[in-house]
Design a protein around this ligand. Structure first.
Ligand code: SF4
Ligand code: SF4
Length: 478
């Protein structure tokens, strides 16, 4: 039996920290064939994943007031969260939002361990609830998969392996397109799909790139995406403490482990702990670890070992929960979850950040204007003796209606003229740009540069006040 087809046995307790469960001592990949799992947690995770998959795949196609549920359009620098459009000008809101997100992860991990990884992470949901189930449907349970991998090539093997890879590729294509829709928006995605391919070479290239990346992740890397690539798995060990809730083996109850025996060995069996050393918890683990060795970085908290062990406990008529959600202190001393000083500090910081984010969102203006002197343009003197400067104005309309915008000089007398059109309107949820000429009488100019205050008016009301400067002659203009 080759290393790849080797049945995954528990890593010996004395060297489990020295090597990965999914690699041999030479560092070669040991392919993991996790056994099918069933049980209470698996049923709950199935329901949660159906909900998440529905949201994940429909996100770019569900509209709220004409905008998608979620869009991260990096190219146009337009971000939509729950139908609310955010622009680069809202960078502070997005930055605080990201801080809340990362602090949230820190607090969440400190209390609930890697609940995110097991229940909500798209990698786990897609791998365990979609790709793995397809694999079981085509190739059968773990022992059948191992037998198929070890068997010589035959028509059956070609059909099963080829069919599985074809389905994996088609699904990866679907996931890649969904990700693209999150980035460029559904309308642009439809154009990339339906238009002449020559007009959308970049879009098609990204479509193929995303498809290839997802195919490699789900067909090849699998658990290695969590154990080697994902940074969260790495830093979660720094966030957990002895009060964090993790998937844990109750060693006080389970040890000394050993098989149950009747007859003459019954007395010896009775002296043992509840773990009957059946290795079912290892057989179902998608990362191939033995949770009885303690909390490990590779554990994605998928709960498969809880279900597997509970089924064994039921058969041997011992209480469920030998492997369960618990904290180290809970297992060692029977302590309940408590707020540690670190948790209190994290929680205060996250509450402050949430407060700041709420304030920023509720005080966000409908319009956001930038006024800059046109690059490279010098001041001009007109035939009537006035001086003029040309400016570029960009206005972002964050509302769902078109807004006519006018400008007015607030601190000096002078003319302000929108170039090219008598009126300037900004379409709903769009950025509009125009040029504005400001003309000042020499009597109001200061030598070199004159500070200006410009009012931005929408529906007759001043909605913004901008500051800029007007460049004129260095000596007092006449
Ligand atoms: S499934 Fe439970 S009883 Fe079996 S080896 Fe794992 S911990 Fe022990
Ligand atoms: S140890 Fe248990 S919870 Fe952790 S990854 Fe393996 S099966 Fe999932």
């Amino acid at each position: 039996m080759s290393a790849k087809q080797e049945i995954l046995k528990p890593t010996p307790v004395e060297d489990f920290r020295d090597r990965l469960a999914s690699a041999d001592q030479q560092g070669r990949r040991r392919w993991i064939f996790p056994r099918k799992v069933s049980g209470r947690f698996f049923r709950m995770r199935t329901w949660v994943s159906w909900l998440l998959l529905a949201v994940m795949f429909s996100g770019p196609f569900i509209s709220i007031a004409g905008e998608p549920l979620l869009m991260m359009n990096i190219i146009d620098r337009k971000f939509v969260i729950l139908g609310q459009v955010f622009w680069p000008q809202d960078g502070i809101i997005l930055a605080v939002g990201l801080l809340v997100f990362f602090m949230g992860i820190a607090v969440f991990t400190a209390v609930y361990g890697r609940l995110w990884c097991g229940w909500l992470c798209p990698q786990t949901v897609l791998m365990e609830m979609v790709f793995r189930k397809i694999e079981y449907a085509i190739e059968g349970d773990a022992h059948q998969q191992r037998a198929l991998a070890a068997a010589p090539w035959s028509l059956e093997k070609v059909l099963k392996k080829g069919g599985k890879q074809a389905v994996f590729f088609a699904l990866s294509f679907l996931i890649g397109n969904t990700l693209l829709a999150y980035i460029i928006g559904r309308e642009q995605l439809f154009r990339v799909v339906a238009d002449n391919p020559a007009h959308h070479v970049t879009g098609l290239a990204f479509m193929l790139l995303f498809t290839a990346v997802f195919y490699l992740i789900f067909a090849r890397f699998r658990e290695q995406a969590c154990t080697f690539i994902c940074p969260y798995g790495r830093f979660q060990s720094a966030l957990l403490d002895e009060n964090s809730i993790v998937v844990a083996y109750d060693y006080r109850r389970g040890e000394p482990r050993g098989p149950m025996r009747g007859g003459l060995e019954a007395a010896e069996s009775a002296a043992r702990g509840d773990c009957v050393a059946c290795n079912q918890c290892v057989a179902v683990c998608p990362t191939g670890i033995d949770i009885r060795n303690g909390t490990q970085m590779e554990c994605v908290h998928c709960t498969a070992c809880i279900d597997a062990c509970n089924a064994v406990m039921e058969k041997v008529q011992r209480p469920a929960g030998l492997i369960r959600y618990a904290s180290l202190n809970g297992i060692e001393r029977g302590e309940r979850l408590r707020m540690t000083p670190r948790l209190v500090i994290y929680s205060i910081v996250i509450l402050l950040l949430i407060g700041l984010e709420t304030f920023l969102i509720f005080t966000r203006s409908d319009l956001q204007t930038t006024l800059l002197r046109a690059p490279g343009a010098l001041f001009q003197q007109t035939s009537d003796g006035h001086y003029s400067n040309l400016y570029t104005v960009k206005v972002v309309n964050k509302t769902g209606r078109e807004i006519p915008v006018t400008f007015k000089l607030e601190n000096v007398e002078g003319g302000m003229r929108i170039m090219g059109a008598p009126n300037f309107s900004v379409p709903a949820r769009r950025l509009a740009e125009t040029s504005v000429l400001i003309e000042l009488d020499p009597s109001v100019l200061r030598p070199g540069s004159t500070p200006l205050v410009v009012g931005v008016y929408a529906d007759g009301e001043r909605v913004e006040t901008l500051k800029t400067s007007f460049i004129g002659p260095r000596t007092k203009a006449k």
